[in-house]
Design a protein around this ligand. Sequence first.
Ligand SMILES: C[S@@+](CC[C@H](N)C(=O)[O-])C[C@H]1O[C@@H](n2cnc3c(N)ncnc32)[C@H](O)[C@@H]1O
Length: 304
Amino acid sequence: MLPLRLLSVKIPSPWPAFSELVSIGPVRTFVVVSHTVPLEGEFSLSDLPGGAGRLDVLCRAATDAFLVSHGIRKDVALHVVVRDQLLISLWGPRLRHLNPDERSTGALLREALRAACDLPPGEERGSTPGITVRWLDLAGLLGELGAAGVSPVLLDEGGEPLRTARLSERPGFILSDHQDFAPAEASLLADLPRVSVGPTVLQGHQCVTLVHNELDLREARAVWEVLTAAIGEPQAQLVAGFLSGEGIPVRFRSQVPPSVYPVTVDGLAEVQILVPAPDLLRAREALVAFEAGGGADGEGSAAP
Ligand SMILES: C[S@@+](CC[C@H](N)C(=O)[O-])C[C@H]1O[C@@H](n2cnc3c(N)ncnc32)[C@H](O)[C@@H]1O
């Protein structure tokens, strides 16, 4: 268990930089390219397939990307590129209020669209917990994901079978909505590796579920060891950021459903920090350095 004194160090702001969130947080990234959702966010939640321009497709992608039985996947980021102009990002580590029904998910996405209306170019804004918006096109997103260590992979029924494909530690799966990729998008994506979840053309959210299933099976076969436990997610993110900087992959494990904290210390839930078994010794050494204040900016020594 990490000492409580670490609670006194600087806690990340609610909306850390994109690259920070991508690189220290989610290990599974999905990008959905949306062509028909209206940017203004002025539509009725009773008409998601019509007036909302097939927002129902995005809602299903979001619920399948994050929700499991009675919980949320924390290691996922979902980026929706709307009309090649607006980026809506959903961040598993911070996401709240995502429920299985399409209507309430539609409300979260509509809130994001509305939050972008008066947003100046280059700025990022949080709309609801765990959801951010900013003006960015697909090319810009691909560049930023690459810079943050995410390897883009195109989901394509004609691609290499997912079951046997080699994937990076941080794959980013790209799929279209109910339409084909536009010609400019297709040429942007032309050189990416392609993986197929099977010979049948499926709906996008079904592909998301199948990708999760394959990655779940791969993870179950891999051995991850508990390195330590942190008190609350902000503290766990601090440690994860340090370890990631040392090139050590990190996973969190907690029994914490999205907004319920059953096991708490000082009101915060315990989060176990896991690393791949082969990295355990190196991670222990890194943790000692972190606790001694050897972090990049010395934050770990901020306690009295
Ligand atoms: C509903 S499909 C797109 C439908 C198709 N473009 C059309 O208009 O007929 C949405 C996305 O799911 C992904 N997809 C569908 N079936 C797939 C499969 N068998 N393997 C991998 N990806 C698939 C592709 O990325 C596709 O862009």
